[in-house]
Design a protein around this ligand. Structure first.
Ligand code: F6R
Length: 239
């Protein structure tokens, strides 16, 4: 696992955006795994700017998002579908963009369908990840066993409270999600993990203890041959 520490979250976003420029130059039909949450917002802003400046072209690229709440309508302002449209998909030109459906009648069948779609696309070239305070990646929460493929999961109390800020008092916050599994993430050829902000310093420290803590899902990344972790100084302050 390679660690790169830069001054600010904006510096991280600018640096990681350059990797995507190169990736799409080298392989225009790349399959990109994407994340939601506050972490990638700055990166998506950079990618939109680069697209508008003609520096990057997504027209042959496909994307697969990590997760979606369940149940969740795609047009709900707190859905990950909505988030991705707002921050990226409505502003750049992906050939196709896939996100697990929070509206599927049978969520388990949706998990299988999503895995097949990823497999049919040839797997993920570059997987972008953020990390939860409890070490979750996607919505693979700390557990005794981890799902290989896309799974229909319960969110942990930690994740529910971390995401509470996005829901207004009169909205029902989902407690379940459909998420790519640890296996889906691990099969990605290259993984970029972004960790920014002081409130991620503790989990970043845990990750870089260089031990597999089985209750920290992100620790499996230590076993992957091509993972680069980009941190800002705040997140790296305890390492
Ligand atoms: C998002 C996702 C989550 C987030 C994580 C960090 O698609 O799968 O694992 O990456 O919860 O969220 P933020 O960036 O909001 O701190």
């Amino acid at each position: 696992m390679v660690k790169i520490v830069l001054d600010t979250a904006q510096d991280v976003a600018a640096q990681v955006a350059k990797i995507y420029v190169k990736q799409l130059k080298d392989k225009p039909d790349s399959v990109l795994g994407l994340a939601t949450g506050s972490t990638p917002v700055a990166l998506y802003g950079q990618l939109v700017k680069k697209y508008q400046a003609g520096e990057i072209d997504f027209s042959k690229a496909r994307s697969f998002n990590l997760d979606e709440y369940y149940p969740m309508k795609a047009d709900h302002p707190q859905s990950y579908h909505y988030f991705m449209k707002e921050h990226l998909f409505d502003k750049v030109n992906f050939a196709s963009s896939s996100i697990p459906s929070g509206e599927a009648k049978d969520p388990k069948a949706e998990c299988k369908r999503y895995d097949k779609e990823i497999e049919d696309a040839g797997g993920i070239d570059v997987m972008l990840l953020g990390i939860g305070h409890n070490g979750h990646v996607g919505f693979n929460e700390p557990a005794v066993t981890y799902s290989m493929g896309t799974g229909f999961v319960d969110l942990s109390d930690s994740s529910i409270s971390a995401n509470k800020r996005y829901f207004s008092a009169d909205e029902v916050q989902p407690t379940k999600a459909i998420t790519m599994g640890i296996g889906d993430i691990f099969r990605s050829r290259k993984i970029i993990l972004i960790i920014t902000g002081e409130n991620k310093a503790k989990i970043a420290k845990k990750l870089f203890e260089n031990q597999i803590h089985t209750d920290v899902p992100a620790c499996f990344l230590l076993l992957h041959p091509d993972v680069t972790v980009y941190l800002d100084k705040d997140a790296a302050s305890l390492i």
